[in-house]
Design a protein around this ligand. Sequence first.
Ligand code: HPA
Length: 271
Amino acid sequence: MTLDQIKEAANYIKSKGVDQPQYGIVLGTGLGNLVTKIEKIFEIDYADIPHFPVSTVESHHGKLIYGLIEGKKVLAMQGRFHFYEGYTMQQITFPIRVMKLLEVERLLISNAAGTVNPDFKKGTLMLIDDHINMLPANPLTGKNLDDLGPRFPDMSQPYDSKMNGELERIAKDLGITLHKGVYTPVAGPNLETRAEYRFLRTIGSDAVGMSTVPEVIVANHMGLPCVAISVLTDECDPDNLHPVSIAEILEIAGKAEKDLTKLYVELIKRG
Ligand code: HPA
């Protein structure tokens, strides 16, 4: 992906009327509830945007939603891209780079994840405080786009500490359980073996998923403050592991995302 392609996509979106959205939003699979809180101004199909990747699994959802939450301008991605679907890391992160050129100021991300921390129960939320990247490729591989950021971006504080603090205060105020921990993305699409869950816990992970970190890496590269929350959908206890039910994961995601929506709407309101 070249800078010209990113600019072309951003210019197209601007030409449709997207005007300096304050918040960019990327929602995890099955976590679309926040979109219903947007007072929609208009939407743009991914397929119409030059160079934009097009969703495979959620083709009917592949669009950018532009509108207002609590009076603030937001641009939300309905349908995100995963490595296991066959996209390159450059494709997965292309929309985030476009958001930066659209002058998005803050990026809010969510995902569904398994918990490997025995103290974190399924159905609760985890604020991602740090990560261990176990994806087999990196979006910054190749010639550096110097106009966007440095060759060797710092990752000492990948999740914005100010917004993380605000989210913790909001969770307290609203009586929502919000754990804080380390997220590890793997390639997928298979779930993990018992030995892999044990390994993930041993190396310091609290949750495991298949997304988010590529977007966080490019956001950090460009100096775009970001936060991410995991909806913990299944308990990955290697000594007591049951076959995972995707139906149950989706059901739990659907219930827990109400709290996720409240946290992000309140963050936007106070921000
Ligand atoms: N592993 C990987 N990704 C996931 C899981 C898991 O256990 N649960 C939800 N997403």
